[in-house]
Every structure is written in structure tokens, then in C-alpha cells.
Write a protein that binds this ligand. Structure first.
Ligand SMILES: NC(=O)C1=CN([C@@H]2O[C@H](COP(=O)(O)OP(=O)(O)OC[C@H]3O[C@@H](n4cnc5c(N)ncnc54)[C@H](O)[C@@H]3O)[C@@H](O)[C@H]2O)C=CC1
Ligand SMILES: O=C(CO)COP(=O)(O)O
Length: 353
């Protein structure tokens, strides 16, 4: 009967890759997980725990870890790539000899590549030329998934087979997989929200209140949507799980690594100290630089992202920046329901005042 089971490969031995591997195994798939660290491979296969990234949770014992990329990908029909954005392309290139047209490739990574401002599924497309490509994104703290807390996610792809296969492979009584055909919007939402999670962590550790957090999240959503519209994406996607849903969870939880970086900085740590103490990837640190550069280049108004950039990289104290922003911004509330002309007009008035 084993031959009938779907074969799933997960590239990446971090917390999210591990949580997804375990769900797929719970659902009856044959799951292999690739990671570089031999010692961790042995521990996962022996103890059925990822002691480095998810130490408190059992993994389904059917998940087999390996550092041999070829054996992990051999026969895999569905491949999840859960590798931080900085290493994403290199790992896909390493995998390329064992990838083939019929496979479904899904990125779970919420980041942007500097060169060409590429999202991860675009890298999958460029490196393989395959047609079954998707993105998994949503309010998905890995530790909560491992706890089997009720969770929802989005599989976004213009390919119906990719959407359906991921829904059946991961969907279960605690994990709901919604489908979207807006791959770009879903992926952009996941990357952008990390910026505001850092700002929310910072605001929390500076003792700012719930009104502040609510304002921050809502204006973040306006800013994300504005950026998305300027890049040709559908802002309506941002009112779904992969936009506002993910924004809420990462701006509210100290389980979010981006939030934790902001929190540590609010306590007086430098960016380097905060990132070192985390010991994992907080994609928002890199994303804020790339998004601000893009926004400046395209003339997109992004005061929150720009303010965070100044705090992170130009030593502007967070509290001073918050005061400055309060004086700066009094634009329209729900901007993406306005015409672009109205938005420009409001912006001109703001500039005059
Ligand atoms: N952890 C979470 O709660 C969630 C994470 N994500 C996204 O998933 C992506 C992966 O995240 P996690 O699994 O949490 O990552 P992680 O930070 O826990 O671990 C990343 C994994 O990638 C490996 N890695 C790093 N550089 C590598 C390289 N050059 N070659 C091979 N392997 C390398 C690390 O050794 C580690 O196994 C991130 O971009 C994140 O945005 C998405 C949803 C939830
Ligand atoms: O994207 C996430 C939850 O949806 C995880 O956020 P962090 O990368 O900030 O931990």
C-alpha cells in the first residue's frame, strides 16, 4: 500500500518546514525532510524531535530526515521549500538536478531577493521553468501548528492541481487550507507584514498601548496595500488570511521572530544584538531595506516602513520616530477604495499643510 502514498519532500530543517512535514505525515504521506546538519538529522530520526528549532514538540515518527538531497527528492511529487530567502535560490539550484516537470513546488518563505526584487515563487519559476508552482502563506506560527492549535493557511497558485494537492496533503482537523489564485498578492503580503511585526514588537516593549498597536496594524495594512497596488497586485488579497490575518498574528505574538527583534531593540539592544540573540531568521530586517529602496525608486509613500528603516539602520530612537510619524501622517483612512487620483489629491493637500 505504501506505493499509493503521496511522496512529499520538505527542503529546510527549520521550525516551519518541520511543522509542515509532520502534518503531511499525519495525513498519511511518505515524507522526507532535507537539512544540512548531520547531527540534527540523526536526532530527528532517533528522537522524532527537532531539538534545534522545535524542541518541545514530537514530530510524526514517519518523517525521515536526511542530508542527502537526492534521496529526499527521489520520487517526490510535492516539494515544500522552507529555506530563508537569502539561501533560497542556492538551495533550489542544488536541488535542480533531481527536480522534474511533473512535480509540484511550493515556497513557504516570506521574504524577497534583493537582486530584481524577486519573490520566492518567482525564483522557483526562473530556476525550473515548471508550471506547478505555489506559495503557502498565512497566520502560521510554527510552534502553534506543532501544538495542533486550530490554524488556517492559504495555498496560492494559478495552477488548480497545485491548489488541490496541497489542500489534501495538509488539510486536517486543526489545519485548514484555503485556496487563492493570487500567488503574487499572497506572497507579497507574507513578506511585507514582517516589517510591521518588528515595529509592533518595538512599540510593545516601549510600553505603548493597545490603541497604538491597533493604529499601527491598520495603517500598516493601508501601507502594504498601497505598495501592492503600485506593483500591480490586487489589494483585496490583503484583507484575507495572508494579509491582515498574518499581520495580526505577527504584530501580536512574541512567538514571531520579527516581533522579538523589535521587542529586543525597544529594550535598548542594537539590531545586531537582537538578531544574534534570536539565532534564527527574522526576514523583516532585510525586507524593510529592500521595500524602502523600491518605494523610494517608485515614489510610493511608506512612512511606517521608512520610519522603521531609520530606527534599524540610522540609529534614530524609536520613540522619536513614533512622535515624528504622529505629526506626519494624516492621510485618508481606507485608501484602497479611493481612486488613484483621489489618493494623489489627498497626498498633495497633505504636502501643502
Ligand atoms: N517559523 C514560522 O513560524 C514560519 C516561518 N515561515 C517562513 O518559512 C521560512 C523558513 O522558516 P523556518 O522554517 O521557520 O526557518 P528557520 O529560521 O527556523 O530555519 C531555517 C532552516 O533553513 C536552514 N538554512 C539556512 N540557510 C541555509 C542554507 N544556506 N542552506 C541550507 N539550509 C539553510 C537552517 O539551517 C534551518 O534549518 C522563513 O522564510 C519564514 O518566513 C512561514 C510561516 C511560519
Ligand atoms: O510568518 C510567520 C507567522 O505567520 C512567522 O513569523 P516570524 O518569521 O516573525 O516568526
Amino acid at each position: 500500500m505504501t506505493e499509493d502514498r503521496l511522496k512529499v519532500a520538505v527542503l529546510g530543517g527549520g521550525s516551519f518546514g518541520t511543522a509542515l512535514a509532520s502534518i503531511a505525515a499525519d495525513n498519511g504521506a511518505t515524507v522526507r525532510q532535507w537539512l544540512r546538519d548531520e547531527a540534527l538529522v540523526e536526532k530527528i530520526n532517533r528522537d522524532h524531535r527537532n531539538s534545534r528549532y522545535l524542541p518541545d514538540f514530537d514530530i510524526n515518527p514517519a518523517v525521515v530526515a536526511s542530508s542527502d538531497m537526492r534521496s529526499v527528492l527521489d520520487g517526490a511529487e510535492l516539494v515544500f521549500v522552507a529555506i530563508p530567502s537569502k539561501a533560497f535560490r542556492a538551495v533550489v539550484r542544488q536541488a535542480r538536478p533531481w527536480l522534474h516537470q511533473r512535480q509540484i513546488l511550493v515556497s513557504t518563505t516570506k521574504g524577497i531577493q534583493e537582486d530584481g526584487f524577486k519573490l520566492m515563487s518567482q525564483i522557483l519559476e526562473e530556476e525550473t521553468g515548471f508550471s506547478h508552482i505555489g506559495v503557502l502563506s498565512g497566520p502560521n506560527l510554527a510552534a502553534e501548528i506543532a501544538e495542533k492549535q486550530l490554524t488556517a493557511t492559504v495555498i496560492a497558485s494559478d495552477d488548480a492541481l497545485t491548489r488541490a494537492r496541497v489542500q489534501t496533503t495538509l488539510g486536517c482537523d486543526y489545519f485548514r487550507v484555503y485556496a487563492s489564485n493570487d500567488r503574487y498578492g499572497v506572497e507579497l503580503g507574507g513578506a511585507l507584514k514582517n516589517i510591521y511585526a518588528i515595529a509592533a514588537g518595538m512599540a510593545a516593549s516601549l510600553g505603548m498601548g493597545e490603541n497604538t498597536r491597533s493604529m499601527l496594524m491598520t495603517r500598516a495594512l493601508a501601507e502594504m496595500s498601497r505598495f501592492a497596488v503600485a506593483l500591480g497586485a490586487n489589494p483585496m488579497t490583503f484583507i484575507g488570511l495572508a494579509g491582515v490575518g498574518d499581520l495580526i498574528v505577527t504584530c501580536s505574538s512574541n512567538r514571531s521572530r520579527n516581533y522579538r527583534v523589535g521587542y529586543a531593540m525597544g529594550q535598548g539592544r542594537t539590531l545586531d544584538e537582537a538578531v544574534d540573540a534570536l539565532g534564527q531568521v527574522a526576514e523583516g530586517v532585510n525586507t524593510v531595506s529592500l521595500v524602502c529602496a523600491k518605494a523610494r525608486q517608485e515614489g510610493i509613500y511608506m512612512p511606517l516602513a521608512e520610519g522603521l528603516y531609520q530606527v534599524l539602520f540610522n540609529n534614530v530612537p524609536a520613540r522619536d520616530m513614533a512622535k515624528l510619524l504622529m505629526l506626519n501622517e494624516q492621510s485618508s483612512d481606507v485608501e484602497f477604495t479611493l481612486s488613484r487620483e483621489d489618493v494623489k489629491h489627498a497626498r498633495r493637500l497633505e504636502g501643502d499643510s
